[in-house]
Design a protein around this ligand. Structure first.
Ligand code: LLP
Length: 402
């Protein structure tokens, strides 16, 4: 069931592959975050996790802010109703057009990641006769135990600048008449399940903030990024209370306390999303049993890209012993597996399978590889179902070519 609706009925009505989201689960995670952080904190949803407009407007309506990384995400967030004073813009490669769009709308902060970016932002704001608000993104060089692709604050990472460089850039930003200095930002990476790295991060940012305020520059915002883990198979839980305690303490420890910001993406939407797919064929290969389904790595890349082990369940209970099988997609790539060694009961072609916790970085990382159309998405609210993105048609695929 997805809330009050049978998964199999959804697959029949909308076809597969299909992303189905539970509204109640997004709401529950949102309420958990609001309860965990001090009143007045900015909870900026990382739009990249899932940028479906219907999901964005729910979060905007409930009062979330947004963290975004492109002009496209800015346009989507504004259209969904996020207020510019609750929007922060990160990313190592912002273009001047993206800067202009953000300045024009008066967003809360550009999280600036290099000196050259700072120079271009100054030039752009000056040219527009406006002030741009700026935070400096710090790389605190903290290794976390997660997949290397999603650790963003190690010494070798491309994001942010060293604390020393951050001090220099903050001083420059605070003195420039075309900028308003807002604060400090960092983001450790994704799929974190311990409070310890956040403690180290908050100490580094708070120390830097104290140095700045001793030079007469108040830090108004301490933005600690996201990374709140959601276990793909539901075993581990993120220690939200301890992380919130650590971060609140750091923000409150400054003379003239800073506003606290966090940027959770996955935490809000991962569990709400299920990817429904249909079994096409069963086959035996050398020494293994294989299920070939109609969703591939173009629909859901996390298993292939990060070795993520998302739980898979048959939509309808099937009798019989659960034995290990590999679940492969139809894409012509050897990496195109949704699971390896998943224990499943005997299944028949046509059966619907549900890939769990697929609401974050699922659809949003999809592609048209193998010229496959993008899947449909539905939002379930109790017994109500709303189509929130049509399945891409063949005509739309052909329509891109002049
Ligand atoms: N803030 C910044 C600056 C970020 O770069 C990210 C994610 C977030 C917040 C949100 O992180 P979250 O709370 O969702 O962990 N595609 C990968 C995850 C890449 C995340 C990139 N940045 C995956 O599927 O695991």
């Amino acid at each position: 069931m997805i809330e009050g609706v049978e998964a199999e009925a959804l697959a029949r009505r909308f076809g597969t592959p299909l992303y189905a989201y539970s509204k109640a689960l997004i709401r529950a995670r949102w309420e958990e975050l609001v309860a965990a952080f001090p009143a007045g904190s900015l909870i900026g949803y990382a739009v990249k996790a899932n940028s479906n407009p219907a999901i964005l407007s729910l979060l905007a309506r409930w009062g979330a802010g947004a963290e975004l990384v492109s002009g496209g995400e800015l346009a989507l967030a504004l259209k969904a109703g996020f207020q510019p004073p609750k929007i922060v813009f990160s990313g190592v490669g912002k273009t001047q057009a993206e800067m202009r769009a953000g300045i024009r709308k008066g967003i809360l902060a550009f999280n600036v990641e290099s000196e050259e970016e700072l120079s271009l932002l100054i030039k752009t704001a000056r040219g527009m006769g406006r002030r741009a608000r700026v935070s400096i993104r710090v790389n605190p060089a903290i290794a976390i135990s997660t997949h290397p692709h999603i650790a963003t604050a190690t010494a070798r990472s491309k994001f942010g600048v060293s604390p020393r460089e951050a001090l220099r850039l903050s001083l420059r930003a605070a003195r420039d008449p075309s900028l308003s200095f807002v604060g400090l930002h960092s983001h450790l990476g994704s799929q974190i399940f311990e409070a310890r790295p956040y403690e180290r991060e908050s100490r580094i940012l708070a120390d830097l903030a104290r140095t700045l305020s001793s030079r007469g520059i108040p830090v108004k915002l301490l933005d600690f990024g996201g990374g709140f883990g959601v276990d793909e198979s539901g075993r581990r839980r993120f220690p939200l209370e301890s992380v919130s305690r650590v971060l609140s303490r750091a923000a409150g420890s400054l003379s003239g306390p800073a506003r606290l910001a966090v940027e959770p993406g996955r935490f809000l939407v991962a569990e709400s999303g299920t990817l429904l797919t249909r079994l096409l064929y069963r086959k035996e290969t050398i020494g293994r049993r294989l299920l070939v389904v109609d969703a591939g790595m173009n629909d859901f890349v996390r298993p292939a890209l990060y070795g993520a082990r998302h739980a898979i369940l048959p939509a309808r209970r099937r009798p019989g012993p659960r034995t290990p099988v590999d679940v492969a997609g139809p894409v012509c790539e050897s990496a195109d597996f949704l699971a390896r060694g998943m224990r499943l009961p005997p299944l028949e072609p046509g059966d619907v399978l549900a890939i769990l916790n697929a609401g974050a970085y699922g659809f949003s990382m999809g592609s048209n590889y193998n010229s496959r159309p993008r899947p449909a998405e539905v939002l379930v609210d109790g017994r109500e179902v709303r189509l929130i993105r049509r399945r891409q048609s063949g005509a739309e695929l052909l329509g891109c070519y002049p």
